[in-house]
Design a protein around this ligand. Structure first.
Ligand code: CTP
Length: 398
């Protein structure tokens, strides 16, 4: 099949080996139907399931394979990888997930993944036991942390007759995930948000730490709600029990890790939501080996840097900064003073002396303290509290 030179495609669809490869044809049709050009690439193993001719016909472009097309540019996959805004891999096999996590480049699809700055949208499809294997879990976690969007897999009957998680997500769902990257919709589209969540741990020795009870649920609810509103979200997680569904995720277990990552990343954020419970003190020394029981142990602690105050000192015009205050008494007065002292737009105050809200539970009840007053938000799920906070942030951004 001959093809004329074509304009670069914003979507590079890579097909890897698996029964679901035939469903990628439907995916190409969805993009073609709404006028979005798609360049298809196939691994050798995908070609055992569907031939390149099918995809070439549907996409009206020569398919990239390891064999090449015998003419045209010398590095067609590098050109396609450079042009793409989204690299969608559907179906994405366990083998390809593992290779992507480790940067292995032994076929045209993995080479393209290494050579691109495009957002990765992965639609895994495999046997349920392969999906649940620790190796696959860890590859998925690594790729998510780099900002990959994972769509599915769905639960249902698998090709080999077993039932479980492993079916490739519906083509319409994968198409929607890609379109939301190409043209994000929502009130926070085009805005960059930095969210910190969880509680830092300051090591005393290799097994012990000084920590706090924050689970990260409030911060993660904020990250998820911001993603729903179309924002580009980076979440710094401090030992959190939960994680946002998408976006860039960086693990920052100690106050020093959080300080380093926050200061670098806050510079180009439009909004910084500092929901993490940061240790105010850390041990002067963290022993290199485990301390044995040996009489009394007196700890010497030094204050950590106030990260939020440092972000506020370097803030850009128009940047919105939100701090959190976990208080037990005189909350409102202390939150007002904290807002002024730290130089932030909004302090989200919650009363951590109540067992039914705040730490480790799903509900919260807060007061939004700004320059113009204090607005109480009634007890609700952390997700609904996140909605109220981001509604307020949107007003501050205008
Ligand atoms: N925070 C921070 N860096 C720290 C400590 C806290 O950025 N080293 C942030 C938290 O993430 C939170 C806000 O500051 O958004 C309030 O935390 P809190 O510990 O209550 O602030 P402090 O100023 O330390 O208040 P207090 O004097 O009540 O301890």
């Amino acid at each position: 099949m001959g093809f004329e030179a074509v304009a670069p495609a914003p979507v590079l669809l890579a097909v890897t080996g698996g029964i679901a490869a035939y469903r990628a044809a439907e995916l190409v049709r969805l993009f073609v139907r709404d006028g979005t050009a798609v360049q298809v690439a196939m691994t050798p193993s995908a070609q055992r399931f569907v031939g390149p001719t099918t995809f070439a016909g549907l996409s009206r472009r020569a398919v990239l394979t390891d064999a090449g097309d015998g003419g045209g540019p010398i590095y067609p996959h590098l050109d396609a990888a450079r042009a793409a805004r989204v690299l969608m891999i559907a179906p994405c096999s366990a083998n390809t997930l593992a290779k992507l996590a480790h940067g292995i480049a032994d076929n045209v699809v993995c080479e393209s993944a290494l050579a691109t700055n495009a957002v990765l949208v992965l639609a895994p499809a495999m046997n349920v036991r392969m999906w649940e294997h620790p190796a696959t879990r860890s590859a998925v976690a690594t790729l998510r942390a780099r900002g990959a969007i994972i769509v599915g897999p769905d639960t249902g009957e698998l090709a080999e007759g077993e039932t479980g998680v492993g079916r490739m997500a519906q083509p319409a769902e994968i198409h929607a995930a890609v379109m939301s990257v190409l043209s994000p919709a929502g009130p926070l589209a085009g805005r960059r948000l930095l969210v910190t969540a969880g509680g830092t741990r300051e090591p005393l020795d290799p097994v012990r730490f000084l920590g706090n009870r924050s689970s990260g649920r409030m911060g993660v609810a904020l990250a998820d709600e911001a993603l729903r509103r179309g924002a580009d979200v980076t979440t710094l997680l401090c030992n959190a029990a939960v994680a946002p569904g998408r976006g860039t995720i960086v693990q920052t277990p100690t106050a020093a890790d959080l300080e380093r990552e926050t200061l670098v990343r806050a510079a180009d954020a439009d909004v910084v939501l500092m929901a993490a419970a940061v240790a105010d003190y850390r041990p002067v020394v963290a022993a290199g080996s485990k301390r044995s029981r040996d009489g009394a142990w007196t700890l010497e602690l030094v204050p950590t840097a106030d990260i939020l105050a440092a972000v506020a000192a370097a803030r850009r015009p128009g940047q919105v900064l939100v701090g959190f205050a976990a208080e037990t008494d005189d909350g409102l007065e202390r939150a007002r003073a904290k807002r002024e002292r730290k130089g932030v737009d909004l302090i989200v105050l919650n009363d951590v002396s109540r067992p039914d809200i705040g730490f480790e539970v799903d509900d919260n009840e807060v007061v939004l303290v700004s320059a113009t007053g204090a607005e109480p938000v009634a007890k609700a799920s952390k997700r609904e509290i996140a909605v109220a906070i981001l509604d307020r942030v949107e007003r501050l951004l205008r």
